[in-house]
Design a binder for this molecule. Structure first.
Ligand code: CP
Length: 315
């Protein structure tokens, strides 16, 4: 794997192989000395043009666990505020001798530009671009689901027949897009659930079902319900009447959570709007995988960085 730009680029075999490598990485977390020498001498830059807590810190943890040298670049406080372009910022960092770039950017397609314009010649990992994709989030979601379902026998397994509802602000969600590609590649059946205004315009643009009635979906067998954040920073205009109405019709409220099958996992990529798309009873329950998703993100990102930088040498 040269770059990781989109979950749509992963076929089933390569996705399972990455998830299995992440299992190997997870095993190292139980050792007294958690660090592996795998990327010693390599320098990775984390290029964050958009705010992040989980993804930025998770990549940094993954890089340090693999003994890489880490440079953190945040657009705030950099020469981007003086008008420096993405190309010039990237080439400036490349001139300092970086071996890989992890990029988060508010514009969809920014990682693809870095990978394909010939500005720099190192592996690029997409840490979330605009409303387009967030492939490592989808990998950590798939890893978490696979572990909850197959437990210690996860290696080599796919998600055939697993039913997942992805609920909320789908139209602005790179997490929903990446999960639509990856989970279905792994055999899962995915349904987007949202107000009509927050669903993608074209019903056949993703290999998923799309519905507007959350309560109807909750009456069916579901292995996981993934609640999405209402992205207030990207919402301009009235996509739904008001927040209270949104919660009443599309939120995972205490009543809906109480009626949910106890075997249905509750997922959320974070950050959460508690009380809007998800209630605290659900977020903090034993059914919730939210903190497991965060923990597993480090293992998945270790696997991705190891793959793009070494081409899957033996660990
Ligand atoms: N899930 C996710 O991407 O969170 P951050 O924006 O905090 O990185």
């Amino acid at each position: 794997m040269q770059h990781l730009l989109s979950a749509a680029d992963l076929d089933k075999e390569s996705a399972i192989s990455l998830l299995d490598l992440a299992e190997d990485m997870a095993e190292t977390a139980d050792r007294p000395h958690k660090k592996l020498p795998a990327l010693r001498g390599r320098t990775i830059v984390n290029l964050f043009f958009e705010d992040s807590t989980r993804t930025r810190i998770s990549f940094e943890s993954a890089e340090k666990r693999l003994s890489a040298d880490v440079i953190n670049f945040s657009a705030k406080g950099s020469s981007v505020s003086k008008g420096e372009s993405l190309k010039d910022s990237a080439q400036t960092l490349a001139a300092m001798g970086v071996d890989a770039v992890v990029i988060r950017h508010g514009s969809s397609g920014a990682p693809h530009l870095l990978a394909h314009r010939g500005w720099i010649h190192v592996p690029i990992v997409n840490a979330g671009d605009g409303t387009h994709e967030h492939p490592t989030q989808a990998l950590l979601d798939a890893f978490t689901l696979r572990r909850r379902i197959h437990k210690n026998h996860s290696r080599g397994k796919d998600l055939a027949g697993v039913r997942v509802a992805i609920v909320g602000d789908v139209v602005h969600s790179r997490v929903a897009r990446s999960n639509a590609w990856l989970l279905t590649t792994l055999g899962a059946e995915v349904t987007f659930v949202a107000p009509p205004t927050l669903l993608p315009a074209s019903a056949d643009s993703f290999p998923v079902a799309m519905v507007t009635n959350l309560d109807e979906i909750l009456r069916q067998r579901l292995d996981a319900i993934m609640m999405l954040r209402i992205q207030k920073e990207r919402i301009q205009g009235a996509y739904f009447p008001n927040e209270r109405e949104y919660t009443r019709v599309w939120g995972l409220t205490a009543d809906r959570f109480g009626a949910l099958n106890e075997n249905t996992f509750v997922m959320h990529p974070g950050p959460m709007n508690r009380g809007l798309e998800i209630c605290s009873q659900a977020a903090d329950s034993p059914s919730s995988t939210i903190l497991e998703q965060v923990a597993n993100g480090v293992f998945v990102r270790m696997a991705v960085l190891f793959s793009v930088l070494t081409g899957n040498e033996e660990l």
